[in-house]
Design a protein around this ligand. Sequence first.
Ligand SMILES: [Zn+2]
Length: 488
Amino acid sequence: MLVKTFLGGKRKGVPGHEEIELALIELYRLTNKSSYLELAEEFINRRGKISNFKIYILNQYLNMGYIIKLAKKKNLEHEKEVKGKDISSIQKSEVAEFVSGLTIKHFIRIIRENFNGNFIQSNKPVRSIFEPVGHAVRAMYLYCGMADLYSETGEDALLKSLRRIWLKMYKARMYITGGIGSERSTEGFRKDFALGNRDSYSETCAAIGNMMWNWRMLQITGNCKYADLIEKLLYNAMLVGQSIDGKKYTYDNPLISHGKDERKEWFLCACCPPNVARTISSLGQCIYSTSEKGIWVHQYIGNAMNINFCSNLIKINQISHFPWKGKVEIHLNLSKSQKFSIFLRIPNWSIDAELKVNGIKHSNGLSKGKYVEILRNWLDNDIILLTFKMKPNLIESDPRIKDNRGRAAISYGPLIYCLEQKDNKKFDIFKTIIPRNQEFIVKFKPELLGGINIITGKNSNNEIFIAIPYFAWSNRGADKMQIWHKSI
Ligand SMILES: [Zn+2]
């Protein structure tokens, strides 16, 4: 039906929320029907080329009123059926909450971003893009579609564009947590370094979309920076989206809370909860991949995996102590001995990485932010041992971020930490100052928040502070929280 309706310019326009592009390419891969790939390419190519765009977008919104009305009615009926309760009051309060947070400045931005094409990434043809714009989730799904299209066609202009966008996002439009979207009204990107902590929308779905895009970039290039970012997103911007007990969620994720933010069971637009569930249950897909040379280990997550490589069944058993300790053991079971390479990621945060194969030290090529290649004749029962020294760091903010001048955040391995007021009752976390010159202490607390490492240190008044991983905040009721602290 999609092909019949849209292929060959039968109906103009672009998908308002990109996602169908990557689905069509997936369908093409499964069926080998070229029309699916052609339609995905056509949708991607149309962006930024719609004539009379302002009139086009106005018409879209005029039509949308009717569609929303229908969808809301359906959604409401469905909810009543599933949950046995009327959720219309929840929906009304969410809309009221969203709208009450908007000022005239926000409304002007919404109108401007819609009519200049930014909001739906239709401001420029995709091969001329050099920065991420508009609604962050939509942007991520478009870039996934573009990466998939590159994988099928090998068209260099697409990859060049993706590399430019990624760099801009990474250097100037992404929070320390990996969250993206610093404009709450459009749930999207703003200009460079406009990364206000309260403004952080950092939708959970945007973190997931970013993981999906980085996975594609990793498969295309083999560049470690994409796997490093997947790890950051996984432990911070994505994981914060679900409560420790798995029952409550966040939709947007600020980097500071004044004590009024609480997780919810359900949302008017319930995209994030199932997206988190889907991502966590399919995490196994982002740990390994293979190339002609061998097996790549991208993430250190405990797992057992069978990989067929050159007609050899290789059973991998990975025992990982991440993110609490930087120790990883990889046990190999091979149906026959074989010469091939194993590529292991040395994370960009790692200090003093150590690698042993069957107890023998391997020190060549251990550079952080790169893969180390071990080429050898692998035998049944070989064991790889990796150790990354994890220690708390105080990271200074880029001074171009106005909110964070003179401030620093605490990190430990791949985790970003925050202070929650309930752990620090003797002082106001917003006023406390954390001196740089001090030794922080890391302690595993099995009874706290499902078992976490806390970090303790002293503030400028010599009082002890306790920091917890950002993903674990807002699990004990609403309270004040912040990531960036005054620092001297
Ligand atoms: Zn979402």
